[in-house]
Design a protein around this ligand. Structure first.
Ligand code: URA
Length: 208
């Protein structure tokens, strides 16, 4: 489980300064190929935080998370349960720079970015968190199991910004759903829509 309450080198930084620091990061090799650092997008603080994998081509070009095809799928999933991605969610990634050819981020790249993510969570102060795909699962929960085994399962973490635990739910990555079209009962898409309803209920329950 990620050490959510850890002191990071960015702990004294308010959000804008934190973003500027990320934007000038050279801690791993990904910095040399990037157009933009994709820090995150959404209200701060925010009850719901969504963590994906890494920026793709469009995200790198525009500096915003989940705006390509996967992003459109994510928007649909959220909208299906009445969650507005602009007003109701803060969206970030496990690594903030695009890996070459959209390859999976390396362990060293995820490790280099982790203190930023810890500070970002502390700034956003979510009550509910969605982990999209395996890199987010590995980074946040240190869970090596396949996403298909743990999706839809609630985890709890203690955080120092509230008394109640932070509720965390892994879900399939939208890009996986783009490759799996079936909507039949039990399919990844069908399961994801169940998970989205769980998230909506958790938000209604915990974030009055
Ligand atoms: N996939 C991700 O995981 N994050 C993005 O921002 C875009 C695509």
């Amino acid at each position: 489980m990620i050490p959510f309450n850890d002191v990071t080198p960015y702990n004294d930084m308010p959000y804008t300064q934190f973003v500027e620091t990320c934007q000038s990061c050279t801690k791993c090799a990904l910095h040399s190929g990037r157009t933009n650092v994709v820090v995150g997008h959404g209200p701060v603080p925010c009850n719901l935080m969504i963590i994906g994998e890494a920026p793709g081509e469009q995200e790198d070009l525009q500096g915003l998370p989940f705006i390509g095809k996967s992003g459109q799928m994510l928007t649909k999933i959220l909208e299906s349960v009445g969650i507005n991605r602009e007003t109701d969610a803060y969206i970030a990634n496990t690594v903030k720079c695009r890996p070459p050819q959209n390859r999976t981020p390396l362990a060293a790249e995820m490790d280099a970015c982790k203190p930023y993510l810890i500070r970002q969570i502390q700034l956003v102060q979510p009550k509910v968190m969605i982990l999209l795909g395996s890199p987010a699962l590995k980074t946040i929960l240190e869970e090596m199991t396949a996403i298909s085994q743990v999706r839809g399962k609630w985890y709890q973490a203690s955080v120092n910004y509230m008394e109640a635990p932070l509720y965390i739910i892994p879900m399939f990555h939208p890009s996986y759903l783009l490759r799996n079209h079936s909507k039949e009962k039990g399919s990844p898409k069908w399961l994801t829509w169940q998970d989205a309803q769980e998230v909506k209920q958790a938000l209604e329950f915990y974030c009055i």
